[in-house]
Design a protein around this ligand. Sequence first.
Ligand code: MRU
Length: 352
Amino acid sequence: MTEFKSKIRTIQWIDTYSRMVDQTLFPYEFKYVDIKGGQEMFDAIRTMIVRGAPAIGIAGAHGVVLYAQELEKENLSRDEFVKKLLEKADYMATSRPTAVNLMWAVEKQKEVIKNSKSDIKGLIEELKQNGIKLENEDIEINKKIGDYGAEVVPKGATILTHCNAGALATVGYGTALGVVRSAFANDPAVQVFADETRPRQQGARITTLELTMDGIPTTLITDGMCSYFMKKGMIDMVVVGADRIAANGDTANKIGTYTVAIAAKYHNVPFYIAAPLSTIDTSIKTGAEIPIEERSHDEVTHINGKSICAEGVNIINPGFDVTPHELITGIITEVGILRPDYTKSIAEAFKK
Ligand code: MRU
């Protein structure tokens, strides 16, 4: 299979700090920002300078290193250092609630802290190395997801996606857009329909930007248009990412994903989730247990700083919804495509 070379690197540890693309500036600017403190990283995740489940996982892992570097300056005993750092790690994991990759990556750093036999300097080095390892693994995992996914992309397919599950939601390559990249590398007739993804417009601002940068043909549509194009037979498959998948396959992803899944079922369009195993939370049985982030009302009431509605109107703004497992054709992971019955296939994937 031909490998697709993507130019985008979303987040990277550099010596003593974390460098990331500032995603709040899209599509006007493509600029890197250096995050040098623990609280600064917490805020970068919360304000979505970095966003997308796998990317915020890596950011959280970097954040633990930044806190460790700060605590080193306090001249604490090793025991005190470890106690405080574990508290800071737990705090970092609360910067956003839905994407389980954040908790997963912070937990990986906590394991390093708990298992280390080194002095404080040595422990910080181990945390850095673990962060870099998680970064590199993310890209490798996405390429595997891409290659497994490409096997189910029909020739010349038009793939609909929602939100941004691309290179910019991961360290690089992407999950749903990793499938697109791998398919496109072998079949230049593949193209993408990108939902704009109200209210924060990740589809319009981010997906169209990264696919255009990589030369992949993309058509932007508004969220309400997806069933129109499915009815016309213009969509061959849907591939989206995930923020948390329950043990039965129920999947939380960006608000509006559930609507796309219902439309896909009605029109017999295959609906795939692409996600690493680190997005699967086997501690919860169903999607009903997934915490859904409630975001600022301004995201709904305003576009580019201008109000689009009557002042004082009631607003509600859940950031994610849960697609029931019955609507999902397959979950594309780094160990292969999981199929229903998901309770069984997910459990087997974790045994591998
Ligand atoms: O609020 P965001 O932009 O962080 O939400 C991102 C999504 O919902 C993505 O689809 C998901 O994180 C998968 S990213 C590979």
